[in-house]
Design a protein around this ligand. Structure first.
Ligand code: NAD
Length: 478
């Protein structure tokens, strides 16, 4: 639970203990003019945008080395800032390291096009940075989400204003410190701290910001998209999900159940790609449901650094209140809470924002609990009759971020994988994510693709050049 003090500091509180972890000064809206101007000065005067790509890549690699050298302390800080189990936090620092290394490689190997000419000239494309871009990130995986935006934006030659969530403000200043120590010129990366509705909104509206890359909730994404539309600046939106996880009767049930449980209760469900709607083929519905409930009951809910922890607390006390309200509404809609649906008992849990893994069935696909994101450890379970019924139900929300399919039939996996509206489809696996593969959403889950080569192109604009070769320079192409 984080809050503003009267002195305008953001206080980070450990959701496992309720104790204060650290505080950072809030950026006032009035400071933005100076920050944006510093970004433009660095962009125009540091030489970064015209540095040869392999030299920019060397700085990105040095940032990766700096992150790797501090892996344990960064993971510990993220664990205390947002309560994720320490193993997951270590994995997220590894992911950030891998992202900087990957974009270092892309930076120095990315080719542009020589385009087919229709006259006596040579035509080709180059990529130009936008200038000063804003990167706005959520609280669930700070170091990983920050790297996913900052590394490609810098690789493309931009200056970046990074605004982390007010609920997890501690990692972005560490990334900045490490980047400067690695040789990134001053001003190319700056951190803006504060609430989304105030300083975040002012950043998006600032005339000196030429592009916005946002990860967060769908409502915030809509607000940002509206402003970006009015300003006619490009915007990349990575938003929420209500991802279907599907188990067919011919699946390897043991593997499927393990993946379903990990897919929703990993990160305590606070993952945009959490498989939060489980669809089970009617003939095996009861059997699979019972196994999932059994496994959910057995999960070890504990402090994020406890041995064998499988689920830590939620990221903040106020977020737990949201999850409690979500489950209360599911009950009022007629849902049967088969396990969880409560704060765990016991002294170990009394100081933290803990909530039990929760499985709910008995709801129709139209229920709000099956339509809206809980962003917590809450799984709704629905039966399906056949492929047509599954596709109708699976596509029956506003979201389209991800889905998982368990079947031994290759042909069925292909049919369903193509028919479900989702940016990422996992077949007989779940939640695999690599920096080299594009990631993003269909429908209200987002616009644009991060990661992969597309992830760098997001932060660059294509320029076409023509070099005339004809003796008469204005010879008309036919
Ligand atoms: P949020 O939308 O409340 O906030 C995200 C960030 O945007 C924060 O930094 C916040 O301060 C800022 N913000 C909010 N409103 C803003 C505005 N009008 N203008 C500018 N900035 C604004 O989201 P959250 O609660 O921090 O994160 C949870 C959400 O993020 C979930 O919906 C989850 O699915 C989504 N998410 C998506 C992905 C993805 O890659 N698709 C990854 C992680 C999280």
């Amino acid at each position: 639970m984080n809050a503003f003090t009267p002195e305008e500091f953001l206080i980070s509180t450990d959701p496992a203990t309720g104790l204060q972890v650290g505080r950072v000064p809030v950026t006032s809206v009035d400071e933005l003019d100076g920050i944006v101007a510093r970004g433009w000065k660095a962009f125009n005067e540091s030489g970064w945008k015209s540095l040869l790509p392999h030299r920019r890549a060397a700085v990105l690699r040095a940032i990766a080395d700096g992150l790797a050298a501090e892996k344990e302390s960064l993971a510990q800080l993220q664990m205390r800032d947002n309560g994720k189990p320490i193993g997951e936090c270590r994995g997220m620092v590894d992911s950030a390291v891998g992202t900087f290394l990957y974009y270092a490689s892309v930076c120095e190997t990315l080719e542009t096009d020589v385009t087919p000419a229709r006259g006596d000239y040579v035509s080709f494309t180059v990529l130009e940075p936008y200038g000063v871009v804003a990167a706005i990130t959520p609280w669930n995986s700070p170091i990983m989400n920050d790297a996913t935006k900052v590394a490609p934006a810098l690789a493309a030659g931009n200056a970046v204003l990074l605004k982390p969530s007010e609920d997890s403000p501690l990692l972005a200043p560490e990334l900045l410190r490490i980047a400067l120590a690695a040789g990134l010129p001053e001003g190319l990366l700056q951190v803006v701290q504060g609430r989304g509705a105030t300083v975040g909104a002012a950043l998006v509206a600032h005339p000196g910001v030429r592009m916005v890359s946002f990860t967060g909730g769908t409502h915030s994404g809509q607000a940002i998209g509206k402003v970006a539309g009015e300003r006619l600046i490009p915007v990349a939106l990575e938003l929420g999900g209500k991802s279907p996880h599907v188990v067919f009767a011919d699946a390897n049930i043991e593997h499927a159940v393990a993946a379903v449980v990990a897919g929703i209760f990993g990160s305590a469900g606070q993952s945009c790609v959490a498989g939060s709607r489980l669809f089970i083929e009617q003939s095996i519905y009861q059997d699979v449901l019972e196994r999932v409930v059994q496994r959910a009951r057995e999960l070890r809910v504990a402090a994020p650094d406890a041995p064998g922890v499988e689920m830590g607390p939620l990221a903040s006390f106020h977020h737990r209140e949201r999850v409690i309200r979500f489950v209360d509404r599911a009950r009022s809609e007629g849902g049967r809470v088969l396990c969880g649906g409560a704060i765990p008992d016991g002294a170990d849990y009394s100081k933290g924002a803990y909530y039990l893994p929760t499985v709910i069935d008995g709801l129709g696909p139209e229920a709000l609990s099956c339509q809206e994101e809980a962003f917590g450890p809450v799984l709704v379970v629905l039966p399906f009759r056949d492929e047509a019924d599954l596709i109708a139900q699976g596509n029956g929300t506003a979201f389209g971020l991800a889905c998982g399919i368990w079947t031994e039939s290759f042909k069925r996996a292909w049919r369903i994988g193509r028919a479900l509206e989702a940016g990422s489809v996992w077949i007989n696996t779940y939640k695999q994510s690599v920096t080299s593969t594009p990631f993003g959403g269909f429908k209200s889950s987002g616009i644009g693709r991060e990661k992969g080569i597309d992830g760098l192109r997001l932060y660059a604009q294509v320029k076409s050049l023509y070099f005339g070769l004809h003796e008469n320079p204005l010879a008309v192409a036919k």
